[in-house]
Ligand binder design. Structure first.
Ligand SMILES: [Zn+2]
Length: 510
């Protein structure tokens, strides 16, 4: 949210960058500065992108699936998943009016045919590339809002170039940012924001300006809610929060642009792109900020001397070590809950199953053992990485945090502990919903061992593994719970919970 508001101000003043003084502009990088920067990525060609995609999915597991009437047969499984993400409208889209566009792929048997049909080949391949390589979903079909429009091929190129200008260790994004283009109600001069999209005012800019604006927004995304909130960072700009969204810098001459003087977050985004495109500007404004970005973000890559142009990925060894140490991380064990049995919590929970429309599994999650929470923490980290791949740990917020000075860890640890509780509560809801389904299908007799039949429906990958280890580590508790559930089922004649429309809806209600 805050990002959006920040940029509302930012881009409404984009025009000012062209008229400001020579050494300090409103924004650190505009089209002209960008054009002079070292090792810029050229616009990608369609054959290059197609080759990349073919190589990327070569030799991988294959699958068949029906998508919008098209029977896509024997396609790379990962590519199928990406395609489905691109062409499936999210249900949490906040901007009406909505469309119920019908897509027809009945003549297609391949993903490439689907991309060509729905977007045209040039745009379609670029959309798949952006998702596969950078973790970014910019498909207009991933939204059902009518105010979301398609990107033009030239605009997709600018986005790809802005991403390719950065070293590969920043990608893919760990979540699945949907970066839509562009709203009709562009609220006047707003051009872009870091979480939601680019607008008409952005499209009206020149190509170089557009790319610079995208880079600024990408920098916000790469702070990953870690680096621009870091105390070390905020000390470098001598930032003080005045209250609400108002900040004051005690070191304005250490900022690379007037906009960077707004708050530590704009300071970060502006400094980040200055590091990439105008390193000498950042180094002279603030050697400290330059060193911070070099150490924690760019891993020593230097654009001033061109050594960064080799596109070497730093942090690879460090991330591999982190992956090995992950199971021993201190985070979860520090949650002061211990191994208590929480009998009262459990009975309150079971009683609540009958009475309440919504169940507070978050509270219940606090009764699990420290070992279980550790598993949950590990799973939570892996769940933020596409496919739960340990080799991509370098992009996880947890790994990023571990690179900050140790003095900063406690603050982030609290944040991560919150993540873990939420994740665990969510997984438990799913687990319990699953248990009820299993018990229902068992008929009137309560099974001696409800786990035997339990295949942890609806859970996948690290989440499933962690949930299983949590259940095993707390077997007695889960066993009690399952038996109680079963008794209740019998009492209510199998209709459990009473009057609940469907078990799944009942538990998965947000
Ligand atoms: Zn910004």
């Amino acid at each position: 949210m805050r990002l959006a508001r920040r940029v509302l101000i930012a881009v409404s003043l984009v025009g000012a960058s062209r008229t400001a003084s020579a050494d300090k502009n409103f924004l650190a990088i505009g089209g002209q500065e960008l054009a002079k920067a070292p090792c810029l990525s050229p616009p990608p060609t369609t054959p290059e992108i197609q080759n990349w995609l073919v190589r990327r999915f070569e030799g991988q597991a294959r699958a068949s699936r029906t998508v919008h009437g098209g029977q896509l047969a024997n396609q790379p499984q990962e590519l199928l998943r990406i395609f489905e993400e691109l062409v499936t409208a999210a249900t949490d889209e906040p901007d009406p009016p909505f469309t119920t566009k019908r897509l027809d792929l009945s003549h297609c048997t391949t993903v490439f045919c689907g991309l060509q049909t729905l977007y045209g080949l040039d745009a379609g391949l670029r959309l798949a590339y952006l998702r596969a390589r950078f973790g970014m979903n910019v498909s207009s079909l991933a939204s059902r809002s009518l105010v979301v429009k398609e990107w033009k091929v030239t605009e997709l190129n600018e986005l790809i170039q802005a991403l390719e200008d950065l070293p590969p260790h920043f990608f893919p994004f760990t979540e699945n940012p949907r970066y839509f283009f562009r709203r009709r109600d562009a609220r006047g001069t707003v051009a872009a924001n870091a979480g939601l999209g680019v607008f008409d005012a952005w499209a009206a800019e020149k190509p170089g300006e557009r790319r610079a604006i995208l880079s600024h927004e990408i920098a916000h995304m790469l702070s990953r809610n870690v680096f621009d909130k870091s105390e070390t960072w905020q000390q470098l700009g001598r930032w003080k929060r005045l209250g609400g969204e108002k900040w004051q810098s005690g070191a304005k001459n250490a900022s690379v642009s007037y906009y960077a003087e707004t708050n530590p977050f704009e300071d970060f985004a502006e400094s980040f792109i200055a590091y990439r495109y105008r390193p000498e500007l950042l180094r002279s404004a603030s050697p400290g900020k330059y060193a911070y970005l070099s150490t924690y973000l760019f891993g020593g890559l230097d654009y001033a001397d061109g050594s960064a142009c080799s596109r070497r990925a730093p942090f690879a060894e460090e991330a591999a070590r982190f992956a090995q140490e992950l199971p021993q991380l201190p985070f979860a064990a520090d949650i002061p809950l211990g191994e208590k049995e929480c009998a009262a919590e459990w009975s309150a929970f079971v009683a609540g199953l009958i009475r309440q429309p919504k169940i507070d599994t978050r509270r219940l999650a606090g009764c699990l053992s420290a070992g279980a929470l550790r598993s949950a923490f590990e799973a939570r980290i892996l769940a933020t990485i596409p496919g739960g791949r340990r080799d991509l740990l370098a992009v996880s917020p947890a790994f990023q945090t571990m690179r900050l000075p140790p003095a900063e860890w406690p603050a982030f640890r609290r944040t991560f502990d919150g993540f873990v509780r939420d994740w665990l509560a969510n997984s438990m809801s799913r687990y319990l919903a699953n248990q009820i389904l299993v018990l229902r299908s068992a008929g009137t007799a309560c099974p001696n061992d409800p786990y035997a039949a339990n295949d942890f429906l609806d859970l996948e990958g690290p989440t499933k593994d962690a949930m299983r280890s949590i259940v095993l580590a707390n077997r007695e508790l889960f066993s009690k719970l399952s038996m109680t559930l079963c008794e209740r089922l019998k009492e209510t004649g199998g209709d459990f919970p009473p009057k609940a429309p469907a078990v799944r809806e009942y538990f998965f209600r947000p």
